[in-house]
Design a protein around this ligand. Structure first.
Ligand SMILES: Cc1ncc(COP(=O)(O)O)c(C=O)c1O
Length: 300
């Protein structure tokens, strides 16, 4: 496949059937329920966030909000930062990313290697502290920055409406019955869910969140104790499943060991939810979205 830029390889990620995990459930064993993972680490920046980052940047260039004399500024728990840094480098824009210091080393290195700047927010204020600091930087020097603001930019869910949802519908041969994704900004679950419901109102859209404000599921938000993103509309969801950290970690290990899918902890969380849904339905096609690669979580 030939591309004129790496950004053309964003999207069209594989949909992979989960073959071993879930075999203890009779409807899975018999094939009446099938579970698939949408493997987003196959994007060139290594995560699902390449999709919204590209769309928000492209729209801003089109509308004139992002010009060559401005930097891309945003708050990010890591994966969006890698996406901005990679896409910015490919298109010739500088990026400055605001994040708490506890973000994994891998992600910080990936951002720096693309030439982007990292500004640290308070370790005690989590992703909300990063949002506040990015807003303050923008207010102080509006002429210097373009802030995509992934939590409030409608192009974030729109990217998924126009790509992720279309791909899942196509690759399940229009058979998908349940779509499951974690909530960070809510862009993935909202945009993909909306597209799938436009195809078929019966598709169940299920969000996954940590069950407590203190959790280890990087990239995911506990909604009750977080700033609710402007793009997140809970009433559009059919269900929200709250999970503790430990089973999600365990499930991401199982995905690597039993399926060869080396995915991150939020993928483990989506798979735990998929397992729960598989247990309670008689038949269906469940798609769980796996946001990133497991190597992003290796400690050194
Ligand atoms: C590892 C990980 N999982 C899940 C998500 C959630 O994606 P979204 O922001 O589309 O809700 C993110 C987003 O930041 C993430 O980094």
């Amino acid at each position: 496949m030939k591309h004129s830029s790496i950004i053309e390889s964003i999207g069209n990620t594989p949909l992979v059937q989960i073959r071993e995990i879930g075999q203890e459930i009779s409807q899975v064993k018999s094939g009446r329920v099938r579970i698939f993972g949408k493997v987003e680490f196959m994007n060139p920046g290594g995560s699902v966030k390449d999709r919204p980052a590209l769309r928000m940047i492209q729209e801003a260039i089109k509308s004139g909000q992002l010009t060559k004399d401005k930097m891309i500024l945003d708050s990010t728990s890591g994966n969006t930062g890698v996406a901005y840094a990679m896409i910015g480098a490919a298109l010739g824009y500088q990026s400055e990313l605001v994040m708490p210091p506890n973000v994994s080393l891998q992600r910080k290195k990936l951002i720096e290697v693309c030439g982007a700047k990292i500004t640290y927010s308070s370790a005690f204020e989590g992703s909300d502290g990063a949002i506040r600091l990015a807003k303050k930087l923008l207010a102080e020097s509006p002429e210097k920055y373009f802030m995509p603001d992934q939590y409030n930019n409608p192009m974030n869910p729109q990217a998924h409406y126009d790509s992720t949802g279309v791909e899942i519908w196509r690759d399940t041969d229009q058979q998908v019955t349940h779509f499951i994704a974690g909530i960070g900004t809510g862009g993935t679950v909202m945009g993909t869910g909306r597209r799938l419901k436009d195809y078929n109102r019966q598709v169940q859209v299920i969000a996954v969140e940590p069950d407590d404000s203190l959790h280890g599921l990087e990239g995911l938000k506990h909604m009750a104790t977080s700033i609710v993103p402007g793009i997140y509309h809970e009433k559009e969801l059919d269900e929200k499943i709250s999970l503790p950290t430990e089973p999600a970690y365990h499930m991401s290990e199982r995905l690597a060991k039993e399926e060869g899918l080396i995915v991150g902890h939020s993928s483990g969380a989506a798979m735990v939810a998929a397992f729960q849904v598989a247990q309670r339905i008689k038949e269906g096609v469940i798609v769980a979205l796996f946001p990133d690669h497991g190597s992003r979580y290796f400690m050194d």
